[in-house]
Design a protein around this ligand. Structure first.
Ligand SMILES: Nc1nc2c(ncn2[C@@H]2O[C@H](COP(=O)(O)OP(=O)(O)OP(=O)(O)O)[C@@H](O)[C@H]2O)c(=O)[nH]1
Length: 224
């Protein structure tokens, strides 16, 4: 589905002051690692035992309070299946933060993180913030990727790292809050530079979009 444009969301917020800042985060990783479940657990406290593959992209939102600022986090869930990648890549450049998700019981999904990361290098904005997630850590008996391996990979890619469980809710709020804080921090200067305090009603996405339009008009990808 197409979301309501960020600008109109922001202006709705002006009336009711539902939030101060709007951010876009993206979930990437192989099919079946648990991206949809992580999102449902975070936004609705729901868990689905069956795997229904995401088709293309989907999104959900939740508002967090961070240091007294109401931050509306729009999280985009992408299909892990190869055949949707032409579509999903189009969403990379509008993300301020990315979760790279693997499944601790699936070595291949861990090895593929390098490929997801190199795609992001190519298609996402330069200052995009990144967090590595090793999901399904409740499945200790089926684990194939150690915490140390995850932690080393995260360190080598300059990412923060969490092991999570959408099943038990372990580290779900913590990982989303961490990435949200990183995005706020990374955009603080930009917001200040544009004369906008992060306590004003605004969308970081729109501000970045404006700046990118000024910076690289010639490099813009057309979505139509
Ligand atoms: N034990 C356990 N199972 C999980 C966890 N998270 C997801 N699953 C299961 O893993 C399967 C795949 O989960 P999804 O969330 O649909 O996977 P996805 O990454 O969104 O997959 P695509 O949409 O195909 O890219 C489902 O059967 C889930 O119930 C978890 O933390 N623990």
């Amino acid at each position: 589905p197409e979301p309501t444009p960020a600008t109109s969301l922001a202006s709705q917020g002006t009336m009711a002051k539902e939030y101060d800042v709007l951010l876009r985060l993206l979930l990437l990783g192989d099919s079946g690692v648990g991206k949809t479940c992580l999102l449902s657990r975070f936004t609705d406290n729901d868990f689905h035992p069956s795997h229904i593959s995401t088709i293309g992209v989907d999104f959900k939102m939740k508002t967090l309070q961070i240091d007294g600022v109401k931050v509306r986090v729009q999280i985009w869930d992408t299909a892990g299946q190869e055949r949707y990648q032409t579509i999903t890549k189009q969403y990379y450049r509008r993300a301020q933060g990315i979760f790279f998700v693997y499944d601790v019981t699936n070595t291949q999904s861990f090895q593929h993180i390098a490929k997801w990361a190199s795609d992001v290098e190519e298609f996402a904005p330069g200052n995009v913030q990144k967090v590595l997630i090793g999901n399904k850590c409740d499945e200790e008996h089926r684990r194939r990727v150690t915490t140390e391996q995850g932690s080393k990979l995260a360190e080598s890619c300059g990412m923060d790292f969490f092991e999570t469980s959408a099943f038990s809710r372990y580290n779900i709020d913590e990982s989303v809050t961490c990435l949200t804080e990183m995005v706020l921090q990374a955009n603080k200067k930009e917001l200040d530079g544009l004369g906008v305090s992060i306590t004003d009603n605004c969308s970081v996405s729109d501000l970045q979009e404006k700046q990118m339009m000024q910076d690289d008009v010639s490099n813009r990808i057309c979505f139509c």
